[in-house]
Design a protein around this ligand. Structure first.
Ligand code: HEC
Ligand code: HEC
Length: 210
């Protein structure tokens, strides 16, 4: 009788310990499942090594959540993209189709996961020093208010521009210029002041962060 009781008590104990330590194996597995396929394109922990796929590790959770919501609602353009690795390698999809799979709660979970990872800056980007200087001046004049320190602060909730892949930035800025990607009224006010050549200069400036 006694050993059985002891065994019973120790199982009970284990349950109590697990629940007070907050270990919840089910939830932990969940977020890892949700982010599993992201790595096929965005790389390990969102540190993309492909110039056409943005680095997303280190973005603030609100920024990534809003981006996913915008893709799901097709408010943001969704350029076609190909799985670079994994089971679906070579298959085409878009961020809109990917975001469709998640509800807002899951998006927040995913965004929180990536917010805890470092933003690993792109490497080996070729920049023109004269354009970097020009871009720096434009950024300080028109963009710094919401993209402080070269756009390197996640807490600005405006993405991270410093050290982002230049081809991705070029694509994003093209979408803003064409009016295909919505921007806030305040950003638009400054954006309209950009002159010919400023955009390419900004891309070189952001790309110069190593
Ligand atoms: C098939 C490749 C692919 C997969 C898989 C993929 N993405 Fe993307 N993702 C992209 C590309 C390409 C872009 C840039 C699209 C654009 O220009 O708007 C992007 C953009 C994003 C952005 C916006 C970045 C920014 O700077 O605004 C977020 C956030 C994002 N992806 C999150 C995710 C998450 C989370 C997952 C996994 C659930 C995921 N992606 C899976 C290719 C992919
Ligand atoms: C009043 C604030 C504000 C100003 C000024 C501003 N931005 Fe933004 N910017 C934002 C916000 C907020 C976002 C994120 C919302 C979104 O998805 O468009 C953003 C997003 C961006 C993105 C997309 C980042 C990504 O990862 O896809 C780029 C590129 C950008 N801004 C460039 C600029 C440039 C260049 C200027 C100066 C000409 C500028 N911004 C001025 C607020 C601002």
């Amino acid at each position: 009788m006694k050993p059985v009781l002891t065994k019973y008590l120790s199982i009970l104990n284990l349950c109590v310990v697990l629940s007070i330590s907050g270990i919840s194996p089910v939830l932990a597995a969940d977020v890892n499942d949700l982010v599993k396929s992201c790595a096929d394109c965005h790389g390990k922990d969102g540190a993309s090594t492909d110039p056409n796929v943005p680095i997303i590790g280190g973005f603030s959770a609100p920024y990534s959540t809003d981006s996913m919501i915008a893709y799901k609602a097709k408010e943001r353009p969704c350029p076609e993209s190909e799985y670079l690795t994994g089971d679906k390698k070579g298959q085409k999809t878009t961020m809109c189709d990917i975001a469709k799979e998640f509800n807002e709660e899951e998006m927040k979970q995913i965004a929180t996961y990536f917010a805890a990872k470092p933003f690993v800056r792109a490497t080996n980007q070729k920049v023109d020093p004269a354009l970097v200087e020009q871009g720096k001046a434009v950024q300080n004049d028109l963009c710094v208010k919401c993209h402080d320190k070269g756009g390197s602060l996640p807490s600005d909730d405006s993405g991270i521009l410093a050290g982002q892949w230049m081809p991705y930035l070029r694509q994003s800025l093209k979408e803003y210029s064409a009016g295909d990607r919505p921007m806030s009224k305040k950003m638009k006010k400054k954006y309209k002041k950009l002159k010919d050549g400023d955009i390419e200069a900004l891309i070189h400036y952001f790309g110069s962060f190593k």
